[in-house]
Each structure stands twice: as C-alpha cells, then as structure tokens.
Design a protein around this ligand. Structure first.
Ligand SMILES: [Zn+2]
Length: 478
C-alpha cells in the first residue's frame, strides 16, 4: 500500500461547520461507491461531493485520509440516570464523537430502567444540555424494570420515540413473555433487540467454555447458551409472523459460529431477522484472558485451527485482566472468524460497539467478580481497521457495517441522512488511516477506562466528526 500524499485541508469549524476536504478517499456505502474525491461543507450543508478521475485522482488511495458517512451505533450504554460515575450522557456523546459516531442508540439498562417515557425525557434533556450534535436514540425496555415479569409500556414508549425494545443484560427468560413482546412490538412497527443468552446455562460463568477457561480454572460459558436462545427467538419470530406480519427481531452482539449459522439459515428462509457483532468479538479472543495479545486472525493457523498461545509464546501480559470480562465472553479464534465471515456475507448487518463503561471500582476486582463490559465506542474504528489492514474485511464492508447496515436495522426511526448526499446537513467522519493513536486513559473521552486495549496503538486516527452539520469532534492539531 503506497502512502498517500493527499494534503487534506481541513478548514475552520464554527457552530455550523464550513470545511473543504480535498484529495481524500471517499467511501459511500449508500451509493456503493468509493474512490478519490473532494467534499465541501458550507454552513453545515454538504454542498459538493466530487469524485475525481484521471490525473486529478493520481496519488490518492485508500491508505490515507478517508471521508465516510458518520457511524451509527446500535448498542451503547451511557449509564445515566443512575450510574453517572461510569458514564454520563454528555461523556458518552463526547466519546461517540471521538469514535466517529454521529448517531448512538442507548440501551435501557439505566437506574431506573428506561421502561417509561419520563426516563427517556430525562435522557433526552441530558443530551440537549450536553450541547453535542450527535444524535441520541434509545431502546426502551421490554419488561417493566427489566425484571422479565410483565411487559413495559411498549405503546407509550413507541409514541415517545424509542427505536426498539430490549432487556439487554437481563434477557427475557420467559418464552411466552418474549412471544408477546415480539408480537406487540411488531404491531408498533418496532424490532425486539435481544441479547440472546439462556441464563440457566451461564449462572456463575466466567470465560468462554474451552481450553483457556479450563487451564485458567474459570467456570465455562457455553456457546450453547447463545445458540439455544437464538433458536428460541427465531422459532418464536416465525410463529408470531403468521399473525403479525410486521414483527421483527434484531439479535445483538452475536459471538459464536453456531448462532451466526442459525441467523444465516433464517435469513435464507426470508425471516425478518437482523444481527450485529462487536469489534471485540471479531478481533479479540478468550486467549487474551490468559495474557495473549494477538488479534483473532493471528491465533489461527493456515488450516483454520486454533494455535496454542503457550506453545507459540504468545502470552505477553498477565492473565485475568478484568477489562476482558464481557457478556457474551470473548470466544475462540474460530468464533471470531465466524463474526468476520458473517459481516462479509451479509449475515451480520452491523457492527455495534456494546460500549459498556464502568467505574474503576467495579472492575478492580477478581476476574470472575468484575462487572461485564468493555468501554469500546472510541476504539471500534481502530479495531475494525486492524481487521481491514490484515485483509480480514474490505474497507467498504467495514464502513457499511458502521453506517448503512445499522441504518437499515433502524428503518424509519433511524437517522434521516443517507450517506454522502449533497444538499443535506453533513454527517461525516474524516479519519487518517495511516496515522495511529495510542489508547490511553487520558485519550478516552469516556469516563469508562475499562479497555483491554490500553497502551496499544490503533490505526485510523479520527480527525473530524461532523453531526447534523455541526462540529462534534476535532482532533487536536499534532
Ligand atoms: Zn448485552
């Protein structure tokens, strides 16, 4: 890959952005196009998108400055109300902008849970008070208090503007309640966003069931807990569809080859199911818990078999880093490869971060007692670009999974912008693929410093994020 000589001129922000980016590589999944180009934003409006050809395009390639539509995150936790030590709406939106995201869907597991419109109003007030131009959308709870006993006020939540319903970390155990939720949400035209986990199989589970958990003496977390829940959800969806043609299911943070295979088969049959995978499940594996620090694709040999991190000398860090404790757990290298393959063939519609910031006190404990979650909205792009750099994904697929893919999942209630379209308020991210940045606690806008990538250099430094025509993030000049 040749280094670009593109001199991107990024001119002055304002409340409404005015900027001109010349000789960059544009990626526009909405039109299916990528290549050398230039954009001009005036008073926040994307007034010109010019694709360069011939001699004008010479010397511009995909390794330098990239301009893409702003990213959309289907799954993030901002912890307000209830746990503002871990994150606030304001710090979460700042982290999103630093990560290149212009739209974020927050999950309802706040305290109190987002199970009625007044909680949504509080979150929206906090977003407005933050002054951030990043669009905040929200999923409402499926059940009252996320307790799994009775449905939340789905109709009122829909009227108030939620984009879907989820009990996320407390997945609905009762199949009959889940069935009612899929039907009712379907009548409202909204998806159920399920975190598929059969909790009867994961009680006390600590790390992915397999060699690593066994060697480390951690309680195994079986893949069947996810695939079993996915199978149940799909069977219920198929049933409900007979009466409620608008029923839809979105499965979030799928992490195993088996559950992705079920979704692949369901999609082939035409079931209205979508799913996302996270950056950490496609690039990290359970061997990180043992102290390995190589990417998932480096942990497979040429035949696709898992390498032994101890025999390879791949263990370079101390074991049991609590920042690696996450639900679902980091899986095997073969599962991570399945996440990548699912993105490549369209089985996975989106990359969602499951950004889960925690206060230090909730992570500075023994591995099995640490709170689940990775603070990941700022490292998502870098992790995904590492996969692109390694030839595991194309840049176009990666950007689509961060933009048009999640927009499709959100449907009518998603952001109105459609890619790099002239005449609309600009929603764009500009990043330098050739520049790396070091993930350090001080470099993260999130209050959650619980990242297993601390100390690591990631590719793709975000230079600018413009949301709704306004400057959301600008990198400090080097
Ligand atoms: Zn979850």
């Amino acid at each position: 890959m040749t280094a670009t000589v593109a001199a991107a001129t990024v001119a002055a922000p304002a409340l409404l952005a005015d900027l001109e980016i010349s000789r960059a590589w544009l990626v526009d999944p909405a039109s299916g196009r990528e290549g050398p180009g230039e954009i001009v934003v005036e008073d926040g409006i994307l007034v010109a998108v010019t694709w360069l050809e011939g001699p004008d395009a010479e010397g511009i390639d995909a390794s330098g400055i990239i301009v893409a539509p702003g990213f959309i995150d289907l799954h993030a936790h901002f912890r307000e109300p209830g746990n503002e030590d871990a994150e606030t709406v304001a710090s979460g939106l700042a982290a999103a902008a630093h990560g290149g995201f212009t739209t974020v869907c927050v999950m309802p597991n706040t305290t109190p849970a987002l199970d009625e419109p007044s909680v949504l109003a509080r979150i929206r007030d906090a977003a407005a008070a933050s002054g951030s131009p990043v669009t905040l959308l929200a999923h409402g709870a499926v059940s009252a208090g996320r307790a799994g006993e009775q449905l939340a006020a789905l109709g009122e939540l829909a009227d108030a503007g939620v984009v879907g319903f989820s009990d996320d970390g407390a997945p609905v155990r009762s199949a009959s309640l889940f069935r009612n939720a899929v039907a009712y949400a379907g009548m409202l035209g909204l998806p159920i966003v399920d975190h598929p986990e059969d909790a009867t199989l994961t009680e006390g589970s600590e790390a992915n069931e397999g060699l690593i958990a066994t060697v480390l003496g951690l309680r195994g977390w079986p893949a069947a807990a996810e695939a079993g829940a996915v199978a149940r959800d799909l069977a219920i969806l198929a049933d409900v569809l007979r009466d409620v043609p608008g029923a839809r299911l979105h499965l979030t943070h799928l992490s195993t080859a088996g559950s992705l295979e079920l979704v692949r088969a369901a999609k082939a049959k035409g079931l209205p199911v979508t799913c996302d995978v996270t950056p950490h499940h496609l690039a990290l594996t359970d061997e990180w818990v043992a102290g390995a620090r190589r990417w998932s694709w480096e942990a497979l040999d040429d035949d696709g078999a898992a390498r032994d991190p101890w025999r390879d000398g791949a263990i370079t860090a101390a074991p049991f880093d609590p920042s690696l404790r996450v639900n679902p757990p980091l899986r095997s290298a073969a599962d991570a490869a399945a996440c990548l393959a699912a993105l490549a063939d369209g089985t996975a519609d989106a990359i969602a971060t499951d950004h889960a910031p925690h206060a230090e006190v909730d992570k500075a404990v023994e591995f099995g007692l640490a709170a689940n979650g990775i603070s990941g909205i700022e490292t998502a792009l870098g992790v995904v670009l590492a996969a692109v750099d390694a030839g595991q994904l194309t840049l176009a697929t990666a950007i689509a999974a961060l933009t048009t893919g999640p927009a499709r999942v959100l449907g009518d209630r998603g952001p109105a912008h459609r890619g790099l379209a002239e005449g609309e308020f600009a929603n764009i991210v500009v990043f330098d693929r050739s520049a790396t940045w070091r993930v350090e606690s001080g470099a993260l806008a999130s209050k959650g410093k619980n990242s297993p990538l601390l100390g690591r250099d990631l590719p793709g430094r975000v230079l600018l994020t413009v949301a709704g025509g306004r400057l959301a993030y600008e990198a400090p000049s080097a």
